[in-house]
Design a protein around this ligand. Structure first.
Ligand code: GDX
Ligand code: MG
Length: 376
């Protein structure tokens, strides 16, 4: 029997509550735990509705605030670690599920499919879903690149959505993660990457299940959110770049069953708003950091101050630039954070104007081939 955990922060109470109700009504679910960042409106709404949901479904809905467990920016990592610790210390359930609270396409099948894969013997199950060709840009240009460059023989670069917040773990795996100091430390957006790395390093077999309806959820509030996410998702890889990860533990990916026309057509970000980011906010400190990088990158980035260049940061150049960030970047330093974000924006724009415009299938083939290229 299972516990379902929803970390939440400033979510639409209606969406969060609908998801809590859906989870509580599932046959295998014995308890739902909502981990809030503070007593916001969603917190109040869940608190009020919990007794009624329990009466209707027989499933208790608990509500707690995240604890300060890690040492980095207090964020989603503290919330997930609070949920993991609570599961291990306060319950006897066999499995734990995590879901983002803002998914509007959430349904009982997210839970039942994961349970079915765990029944087949997988101690770790991750959900994956179709995403637009211009979505998942951190996954494609930060996480999978880092995994491919640093651990080409492991399963890490093959994981479809290593940042996804939707997953199932058995009690044994959860207990191991709760005891892992590296996981505990990761209080920020790096938590999903850190969990993925710890699970693979510990040699657990994992199954990725396909949700054809996709994950529809809240759009990014501001570019600051995505900047923090980019830097923190890079930071976790950089901090653990010396980690030994064994070659190949079991990894099964359920084949995808088609991609919605809406996903194929969707443009996930505004090119117009993004181009401006290459031009604004340069400081002398950022400019002097460019000296550490290959000349094509240095010139391409610096030229952006006058007129943003959109097509220069291709896959081979990114493969040369990324290791420089791995070696030198200081994610606590403003100039480095800005430069890393700017470089990622530039890589995203180059890909968009040279590859994504060729259409969905060509773009996805291209993205996959870049990862294979970095692995060899
Ligand atoms: N308690 C708590 N505290 N919950 C949080 C916090 C926090 O500081 N920050 C976010 N959450 C909740 C949020 O309410 C939602 O339920 C979930 O965590 C995910 O956050 P959201 O803002 O919806 O993230 P987003 O942009 O959808 O990112 C997700 O996918 C990324 C990716 O795959 O690209 C999220 O799972 C990321 O960790 C992941 O990197
Ligand atoms: Mg979201």
């Amino acid at each position: 029997m299972s516990l379902v955990v929803f970390p939440f922060k400033q979510e639409d109470p209606r969406v969060a509550l609908a998801n809590v109700r859906t989870a509580a009504a599932q046959e295998r679910v014995r308890e739902v735990l909502c981990v809030g960042s503070d007593r916001d409106t969603a917190y109040a709404a869940i608190e009020e509705a919990a007794p009624e949901i329990e009466r209707k479904t027989g499933t208790p809905v608990r509500l707690i605030l995240q604890r300060r467990i890690g040492t980095l920016r207090p964020g989603k990592g503290d919330a997930m670690n609070t949920g993991l610790a609570w599961f291990v210390e306060h319950t006897r359930h066999e499995r734990i599920h995590f879901y983002d609270a803002d998914i509007t396409s959430f349904g009982g099948d997210w839970i039942s499919k994961a349970e079915a894969a765990a029944d087949r013997g997988f101690p770790v199950v991750r959900h994956y879903y179709p995403r637009a060709a211009t979505d998942a840009m951190i996954t494609w240009f930060i996480t999978r690149v880092g995994f491919a460059l640093l651990w080409p023989d492991s399963v890490l670069p093959h994981i479809e959505q290593p940042l996804g917040g939707e997953l199932l773990l058995t009690r044994e795996v959860a207990a191991q993660l709760v005891a892992d100091t590296g996981v505990k430390t990761q209080s920020d957006w790096g938590i999903d990457t850190r969990l993925t790395m710890a699970i693979v390093a510990d040699g657990h077999a994992l199954c990725e299940i396909y949700m054809p309806q996709g994950k529809l959820h809240k759009l990014y509030g501001s570019l600051t959110d995505i900047k923090d996410m980019t830097v923190e998702c890079f930071g976790v890889i950089q901090a653990h770049r010396a980690l030994e990860i064994p070659a190949g533990s079991g990894h099964v990916v359920e084949p995808p069953t088609g991609v919605d026309e809406e996903v194929r057509r969707k443009v996930a970000y505004s090119i117009e708003d993004t181009v401006g980011l290459l031009r604004e906010g340069w400081t002398d400190a950022q400019l002097s950091l460019l000296d550490l990088f290959p000349p094509e990158f240095r010139q391409g980035m610096a030229a952006g101050r006058d007129y943003p260049r959109l097509g220069f940061l291709d896959a081979p150049l990114w493969g040369d630039v990324y290791p420089v960030f791995l070696q030198h970047a200081d994610p606590t330093d403003d100039a480095w954070r800005e430069l890393l974000f700017r470089a990622w924006v530039s890589r995203v724009l180059t890909y968009t104007v040279t590859e994504a415009i060729r259409g969905y299938d060509a773009a996805m083939d291209y993205l996959r081939s870049t990862i294979a290229g970095y692995m060899s």
